[in-house]
Design a protein around this ligand. Sequence first.
Ligand SMILES: O=C(O)CCC(=O)C(=O)O
Ligand SMILES: [Fe+2]
Length: 379
Amino acid sequence: MPQLPTMSKRTIASFFNKVPGESASKKPRLSPPLVPDAPPTAHPSYPHPIASLPTSLLTLFDASPPPAPRIITKPDLSIAHYNHFFPQSTARQLYLFLRRSLPFYRVTYTIRRDSLDTTVRTPRYTTVFGVDAHSYFSDDDARTLLDSKTHKAVSGDRYRGCVCPPRPIPACLEVLKNLVERETGDTFNFILVNYYASSADSIAYHSDDETFLGPNPTIASLSLGTTRDFLMKHKSDKTQTLKLPLTNGELLVMRGATQRKWLHSIPKRTATTTGTWTSGGRINITFRNGRSPACTQNYYRYNVGAGPVYRWHDARDEMVLHTEINSDNTNQDVPAAVTVAATSVDAGTAAAEVTDIPSISAAPNTTNQPADGELDVAP
Ligand SMILES: O=C(O)CCC(=O)C(=O)O
Ligand SMILES: [Fe+2]
C-alpha cells in the first residue's frame, strides 16, 4: 500500500483547484465561481438547475481535514478506510443538501437472461454526472463537450448510443471530487450517486471492474446518512469476507485487485429507521475514472435511464416525481414549466421481473457476472 498523502489545512478557494503538478491532464477544469452562495449550475442536459453548496458548508470543509485512514488488508484487497472523512455535522448537512438538490431516477431496464426478456427494477434511486476520458466539458458557461485530443466539439456520433447526453459534474459535486482527489492522489471523471430511501433499498453483490475502467481501478466511495452494512466477499476464496457498517461521513478508497477479486453489496435489511434526521435514507457517492465512451453509455443507461426524474420533497419527506415539486416545497429553483417524459421502459414484454442485479455490470462487454443466488426475483 503506497503512503497516502494527508490533507492539510487550506482555504475555501483551494477546494476548487488541483494540487500543483498532481494532474497529468492539461485540459481545463470546471472552476465554480468563489462567491457566497453561488448560483446553481445549469446545463441543457440537466432536468433542472442544481444548487451550489452554501458557503457555510464550504467553511466546514475547510475547518477539519480528515484523520489518516485505516488500511484494511486482506488477500487481494486494498482499502483505505476514512472513518471520519467528514465530521458528523458536516456530513449531515451535506446529506440533506444533496438529497434535496440532485435529480434522481428509479431505473428500469430489460435484459436478456436465460433466453427470456427480463425487466430489472433497480432497487434504489440513482443519478450520474461526468464523461469518459475521450471528452471533457469546456470551462466556460456553455460547458460544451470537447474532444480531449483535438479540443474541438465532440461529434454527434460519439454518444449517439447514450440514453441522454453526458452531464457535466455540477459545482456542488465538483467540490467533493476535488476534496477526494486531493486526499487520494487519484483523478476521477465520473460521479455516481445512490440514494437508498429505506432499508428495503439495496445493491446486490457485484464488482466494479468493467474493462472501461481499466485494470485495477481505484474507486472512492463516500457514505452519508443512515448507517448501512457494506458486505464484501472474495470471488473464489469463500473463507474471505468483510463487513463494514458504513456510517455518516465515511470514505472507502478501494484500490488494486479489490474490484477484480472481490464482490461487494449493500443488502436489504428488515429494521426500519424512521423519525431521524436521515428519514431512513442513505446517500452513497462513488468517484470513478472512465476510459472510453462505452463507460459513458453504460453509466447513463443504468443510472439515469429513460424514466422520469424524482426529487426530494421537503414537506412530504420523500422522493416525488419532479413534476410534483411545486411551491409548497423549499426547492424553489425548479422552473414550473419543466416537464419530464413518462417512462419509456417497456415492462410489458418481460417474461420475468427481477430486482437488483449488479446494475452497472449488467451491460454487454463487461466482465462482471451476477453472483449465484444474488438475484431477487420479484413476486
Ligand atoms: O452504496 C454503497 O456503499 C455501494 C454502492 C456501489 O457498490 C456501487 O454503486 O457500485
Ligand atoms: Fe459497486
